[in-house]
Design a protein around this ligand. Sequence first.
Ligand code: SF4
Ligand code: SF4
Length: 369
Amino acid sequence: MIYRPYGAAGVQLSAIGFGGMRFLDQNDVDACAALVHAAYEHGINYFDTASGYGRSEELFGVAFKEMQKQRGLKPFYVSSKTSAGNADDIRRDLETSLQRMGLNQIDFYHVWCVMTKEDYLTRQHKGVLKTFEQLQREGLVRHICVSSHMTGAEIEWMLGDYPFAGILLGYSAMNFAYRDQGISAAAALQRGVVIMNPLGGGIIPQHPQRFDFVRTRPDETVVQGALRFLINDARITTALVGFSTIDQIKEAVSAVDGFEPLTAAAVQKIRGHLQDAFDQMCTGCGYCDHCPEGVPVPKMMDSYNQFLLSSNTSSIPDRLAWHWGIGRRSDVHDLCTECGLCEELCTQKLPIRARLREIKTIVHSQLNK
Ligand code: SF4
Ligand code: SF4
């Protein structure tokens, strides 16, 4: 395992972290705890969970009980989150997380899932950041962090506005263009960068042929190639992988064991292939994001990407709801007046209006099921 500094926080995190939202069977407490423990034994020292991940915190708590015995010699760090918007609810969420995990302090506590600038400003106005600071003074929170699905430019703005110790954000071989600016800003400001969804929400391992170009060695899997491609990026502290089995842990850990940086030519080659692979796909560049009606075009097109890759219509409403917070009943689907501005601006020259119509039909058809 290799370890990297989390911004200026003074801690070294494993380049692969444990994302706690993909346990195979949350009712099998012993198996889940054993999985967490196995990751720790393999050198993983960053464990990410949230009060909203079902029994995840409780399962981590069972594993931590045993791991605490070694923590002095072999440190590990815990990340959790709250999207609560007032002091009482934030404190209640934090206390619940601490109690479930048997901890006195959360190392990295996140203002969870900031979707837009307005969302951030609203939370700030409601005193969310002040509450986090109070909890930090009380010693219940070690570092104040944020998780976000905003564009790179918005992330840069937010990190300039508040000294978060680090950021958790979705980034993968699929969407690096969308967030690149935010990652550069975080690195320049010495903030930690933890990546969620490094395997594109499972799309990369599910389409090994399509993503074969991320492999730079004959003996590596597409998963290892994708992880190496990300870890090769010195701006990134840790890539979180949602583990379900010990074999997955071994596969991810072996991607970084004995890691040797990719050559500039190999990185360039992969980036070039990504360009080809995404010919009909939204690259997330954000140039179209000026809809006069407020349609979040990059988010809608990102969701359509999932459909192109998976050929599964459910992937569109799922992506919109779980990744972008746009529920099936959102009025977003009724806003487009077909003015065509976004298509004029689109760098990929995508048929955005037709795709929006298609998305609307799919989402509405699922409402009636
Ligand atoms: S075509 Fe629709 S989504 Fe695109 S800019 Fe016009 S109103 Fe917005
Ligand atoms: S301009 Fe085109 S490729 Fe870029 S984010 Fe918008 S839809 Fe996607």
